[in-house]
Every structure is written in C-alpha cells, then in structure tokens.
Design a protein around this ligand. Sequence first.
Ligand SMILES: [Zn+2]
Length: 495
Amino acid sequence: MRDITIKIDPEGAGIFPHKLNPWISKTYPVNDDEIEIIVYAANGHVFSGWSGDVGQNNTSGIPLRIKDTGEKRVITAHFSPARTDKPRLTIRSDFDNGNVILRYIDQVGRIVITEPQQINDCTNIWWHFTLDGIEPGEAITIDTNHSPIAGNCQPVYSYDGFHWARFTGQKPPYTQIFTESKVEIARNIPYPYSRAISLTDELASNNNCNIFSLCKSENGLDVWAFQVTDPETNDKDKKTLWVQARSHAFESHSSWVAEGILRWICGDSEAAAKLREKCQIFVVPILDVDNVYHGGAGKSQWNSQNQPADVNHDWGNEPLWSVTKSITQKLQTLKEDHDFLGFLDLHSPWFYQGPEFYINNMDLDLGKAFFSLFSGHIRARNNPNTWDSCWFVTNSEDQLMSQDTGFFGGDDNPLPVFRYKLEEPAKFISSTGWVVKEGIIDPANSLAITVEIPHWKDDSGEIITKEGLLGFGACLGMAANDFAELSAQGNHKPK
Ligand SMILES: [Zn+2]
C-alpha cells in the first residue's frame, strides 16, 4: 500500500497536479519501480528544492524520482518568491557543435524557452548551448522544443565541459537546480569537432598510429583518420579493420565509442599489440564534420543542391559528399591488397530503444558470435555500462516500421519537417550494404555491422556515461582481436 504525502511550502506557492502524477491513484501498481513526482511553481514563486523522506535520491530538479517501495513518506516541495534582482540569464551557442535559438526568456520567473535550429532541413534533434547568469543554487526551467522522437532522454549538463550529469527530468519542460553560475547543456554528452583535433595532438607521438586527413569537408574542415598498425610488421600481410562513426552528427555517443576503440588499439595491452601485428585498423571518429561543427543533426539532411543527402544513404556509385567519396575510394584501394576483418559503422539511435547490431548484409551467426565476444569483455572488465543483450536487425526497414517507435513520418510522431518521407534517395545504399555489395567484405567470414549505441540508458537501466561509452569502444577492440585470432585459426564461425 503506497503512502506518500506531498506538501507544498509555503502553501499556495506551487501546484501538485494529480494528472501528471498518476502514481497517486489507488490502482497504480506498487512494483518497486521509480515514480516521478512533479510539481509546478505558482503565484509568483519559483521552485527551490525538495526535503523530507527523499532518501538518497537526486533532489536537484523536477521531477523527483524515487523508488516506489510502498513505505510511508512525507515529502515537501519548496518554493520561494520570484526576485527581480537576480543576474541576467544569457544563452549562447556560438561555439563548436553549439545549436540553439532562444525563443523566450523570463528573467524573473527564471524560465528559458529555446528551440534547436534545423540545419540542412534535418529533424531538430540536436541542441547544445551554454546558460550563464545563474545564481548558484537556483532552479531554472527550460523548454527545449525538440522533436520528441529523439530528445526525451534526460539531457546532460556540465560545469567544466568534462564531467557530465543528467537532468532529473526526462522530457521538457525541465526544472533543474544548478550550483554554478554557468552551465553547458546538451541533448547528449557532446563530442565536438575539436575533440577529434585534440586526439590528433595526443596520438601524434604514438609509434603505432599514423594520422591523416581523409579529405576536406564541403566547408573546408579536415576529416581526421587514424591508421593503427605495428610498424615492425609489414602491413602487406595484414587484414584491415575499418571503424567509423558519426555519419549522423547528433549521434555524439558514437564518436565516444570510436575514441574508446582508438585508445584501446593504440594502448599498451598485450591483446592490442597482438591485434596490431595481425591487422591494420582505421578509425574515423567523425564523418560529418561540418554538421558536427555547426551543431546540425545530420539525419535525413538535404544538401545545397536540394538533394536528399543523408551520409548513411550516400554509399552508391556517385557519392554526394566528399567524405563518402574519399572513404569509398580508400576502401576500394585497400581491397586490392588486403582482406578485411571487418567494417564497423557506429551509430546511436534517434529514438529511445535497446542496443542493436544491424547485420542484414552478413552472416547472422557470425554477427551473434562477435556480439558474444564483445559482451563477454564488457562483463569481464565491469564496464560502467552493461551490454548484455542485443537486437540483431536483419531486415532493418521492415523491422523499424513494425516497431511503432517513431519511424520518420510515423503516425505517432508528427515532425516539423515532412518531406523526407516522400522523397528518400532512389538509390539509397547504406555503408554496410555497400561494402558487401562491392566485395570489400566477405559477409560469410568478416564483419559488416552497423552498431546502434544506446544514447540514454544501458540494458541494466543505468544512465549511459562517457566512461561507459569509452569502455564499449575498448571492448569492441578486444572482441576484434579475439575475432581476428579465431578467424586466423578458422574457428570464427559458431558451430
Ligand atoms: Zn545514425
């Protein structure tokens, strides 16, 4: 029997709306899950915090999430009169990967309403800005007005650009208490273009790593690539593993995983040294550098000639983008002299779902075998985020359509931009399809996998962290080494 009393202090300064708190109903099951307690400020007040029987839960925002154990509790939501003498709030996004339009700001009520700018006609699912002028300890209410299909996943914030925490709210409007005067806020843990440049600086002195620019983007930015190989053994005899991320610019978590794999294969472990003897590994942490730099979402974008130009649909005979042009040429050249161990394309889904491997162009059992190597390493190293189960997508579009989770243009998710539903590129070819079609990957013996990295929670229900993502990358490296070893022995196929 649930027995939670919510008090408003002072009386009349806030509202506890029953409609938004379904758990107060007697018929709502007590099942040890989290419940969300939602209150609003009223009558010239602002929210100022929670007290009472809140346990160890995060009390820094609305909603308050607590475990529904059934025990008796009294919780108070505090409010204080809105003041006119607070510092002015300011919003900025004029930096690498920033994106925001300010729609409305209430300096007294401390309410900020923003909207992501749609760059190249993408769905507005990426936003990243700084908020300055906070009186430390005060709550700010923010509505981000993104498309709900990809954004309802507890945004992140950071005071130093390094440590990232999540809002307590899952979807807007968010009310969050900040403890510093300036905060950086984004939909997910950002991975700006400059992060790839800092990797080139950091790895420049690593003997196993050759750094090169694949090409200049349409806006003149370098697309940085890393070739990792043991310089003492001849590359001629080695297999090639190609790893790329961020065909879709909003999928920042995919770049963190690419960095994780790069750090691991460049590192000191015996397994990484073995992999470098057998293989040369290419890692491209950011493909769509222009959209990443300008804070674009990238998914289903249109180019300046008004053509549908999603980077992951651009693997046909005549690529539209210089990055896809240069990668397809590079892979064709590599194919002349090398067998491929695999091709991994790292993504991060645009709606909330469990992790997936898209393996519709390779052997299903081989894909599953690689996944079990990968998840075994995740368990063995106690990675901060788990990845125990996986959905293997073998016929992606049919499956997505049947999922009811918001395929573009789906009935449940009216979007601000509609035209891509009507006009997908006629010759739509994805990266993993192309490498198999071109004979670069032998689908019966090597890997052609699009990895969908979770962007909110792992399969234990824990929030995804930067360390967890870097760990996913390291474990992909370890699994690649196992796979290379087994494949050299002819034992890579499951019996
Ligand atoms: Zn993607």
